[in-house]
Design a protein around this ligand. Structure first.
Ligand code: ZN
Length: 118
């Protein structure tokens, strides 16, 4: 079974809960809902600068979220690629995660899947 690797806590996707729990720094997130006590992923993403602010974009669209702080923009992108490929086809993400500013495709190819050309 695939995991987001974002811990066990499932948060309510509201401005109040985001402000109470999430800092304005680099991080990864997953939006979704709860069914039969389990978190169901609908969208995965990252912010290279302000996870708190980014999550607020989804308050009207999704109900719940999970997140994790990430040490660097490269680590956040790598994690987003893993999350994207793990749930590809069953989530709302239509395109591959974009590379962070300054990281070329040649030097930093997606290594989440050997079949990935991004
Ligand atoms: Zn990929």
């Amino acid at each position: 079974m695939v995991s987001l690797n974002m811990g066990k806590t499932i948060y309510i996707l509201s401005d109040e809960d985001i402000d109470f729990n999430v800092t304005s720094r680099i991080g990864n997130y997953a939006c979704g809902f709860i069914r039969n006590g389990k978190f169901r992923v609908q969208y995965v993403g990252r912010s290279d600068t302000d996870l708190n602010d980014r999550l607020k974009d989804y308050v009207v669209t999704y109900k719940r979220f999970k997140y994790s702080d990430t040490p660097s923009v490269l680590a956040a992108w790598r994690k987003e690629c893993e999350n994207y490929h793990d749930f590809e086809g069953s989530i709302d993400n239509k395109i591959h995660p974009g590379r962070p500013e300054g990281y070329s495709k040649k030097e930093y190819p997606c290594n989440a899947r050997v079949t990935c050309n991004d």
